[in-house]
Design a protein around this ligand. Structure first.
Ligand code: IMP
Length: 212
């Protein structure tokens, strides 16, 4: 095991279900997919790109609650141009792990967006249904332009073709948690993104997985 794998879980049989042994909030996470450092480095790179692209402008950065909060907070702190923030809440999975395609606005934006430059910050794009709905709704309000920045996109062949301009990480089509992403409300406060062991949501263990 290389030095940089210090963050990686101990995959011995007794620890396979705990990403960081002894860390209770990571119980049920079978492995770390994207480390805290990788997330930090990628966000710094994205922030730099946005600083350049929006130099001289004051974009409105839109966060989709609650998943994208961690990403949004870290991203805007890394950016050096003036900007504004606004928040939307839309319904998501509940306690299931598959998108239903049913999207409901729970909290709308406070700001008028007509004529404005928008940066939509998404934590994860899975089927793309949520984002498609969200973009349609924003476009009807006639902003000047919209850029979509997603920290994570799932490598999913049957995902719909939706606008995503910048992706931080592409991950396999597995249920992931951490860094804002939850399962049944849990795991949002993990500083990394990890794979949830299927036993947590009653799914089947992946091949090679020590199970339970
Ligand atoms: P989509 O409509 O399938 O693209 O799903 C979008 C939303 O589903 C995301 O904003 C998340 O709230 C949630 N989601 C999708 N995949 C995952 C996952 O692997 N872990 C946690 N939440 C997810």
């Amino acid at each position: 095991m290389r030095k940089q794998d210090m963050n990686m879980p101990d995959q011995t049989a007794e620890n396979v279900n705990v990403a960081i042994p002894g860390d209770m909030k990571s119980e049920g996470v079978s492995r770390i997919l994207i480390s805290e450092q990788q997330i930090r480095d990628e966000i710094a790179a994205i922030a730099k790109e946005l600083d350049e692209e929006y130099a001289g402008d004051q974009p409105l950065v839109i966060c989709v609650l609650r998943v994208a909060v961690a990403f949004m907070a870290d991203l805007v702190k890394e950016m050096s141009i003036p900007l504004e923030m606004d928040f939307m809440a839309i319904s998501s999975y509940g306690a299931s792990t598959r998108s239903s395609g049913v999207v409901r606005i729970l909290k709308d934006l406070n700001e008028e967006i007509a004529g404005r430059r928008l940066i939509v910050v998404e934590d994860i794009v899975d089927s793309g249904l949520t984002l498609q709905y969200l973009l349609g709704m924003l476009e009807r309000r006639q902003p000047k332009d919209i850029k979509v920045v997603a920290l994570v996109k799932k490598d999913k062949p049957d995902a719909i073709d939706v606008q995503v301009d910048r992706v931080g990480f592409t991950v396999p089509d597995e249920f992931v948690v951490g860094y804002g992403l939850d399962y049944a409300g849990r795991y949002r406060n993990l500083p990394y993104i990890g794979v949830l062991h299927p036993s947590v949501y009653g799914g089947e263990a992946e091949e090679g997985d020590a199970g339970a």
